[in-house]
Design a protein around this ligand. Structure first.
Ligand SMILES: *[C@@H]1O[C@H](CO)[C@@H](O)[C@H](O)[C@H]1NC(C)=O
Ligand SMILES: *[C@@H]1O[C@H](CO)[C@@H](O)[C@H](O)[C@H]1NC(C)=O
Length: 108
């Protein structure tokens, strides 16, 4: 587990400064939740918020053109297969360009 997390943070740290907070508890499909992050003093680009499977990394965009200065965003958890997920902040025009990623958390 720790090994996996350190690989993710190594990959992400190359490209990003933004820190996305990992949800502190499991989510439920259809529930309203608040996603939070920390913007860096140097500034971060506007991003797309993606919910991705922590296994396949196939994702679903859940919010576009998010301004980093907001610091948080209320979203409704999409109706997805129960499982382990991560949130990613990605470049609005290139979703392979990942600025930040959370640790995995469960959606039930
Ligand atoms: C986002 O991706 C595009 C295409 O790869 C790139 O041209 C642009 O500079 C990137 N934006 C940021 C803020 O990194
Ligand atoms: C998208 O981002 C990835 C990762 O940064 C990069 O390798 C790729 O060249 C970019 N694609 C485009 C079309 O710029």
């Amino acid at each position: 587990m720790l090994f996996t997390l350190s690989i993710i943070s190594t990959i992400v740290s190359l490209a990003s400064a933004l820190i996305l907070d990992t949800p502190s508890s499991q989510w439920y499909s259809g529930e309203e939740v608040t996603v939070t992050w920390q913007e860096q003093p140097t500034g971060d680009p506007v991003f797309t918020l993606v919910l991705a499977s922590s296994v396949t990394h196939i994702g679903l965009a859940i919010a576009g053109d998010v301004a980093p200065a907001l610091g948080s965003l209320a979203i409704t958890v999409p109706d997805v297969q129960p499982g382990s997920y991560v949130l990613e902040a990605v470049n609005v025009t290139n979703d392979s360009d990942i600025y930040a990623e959370t640790a995995s958390f469960d959606i039930l």
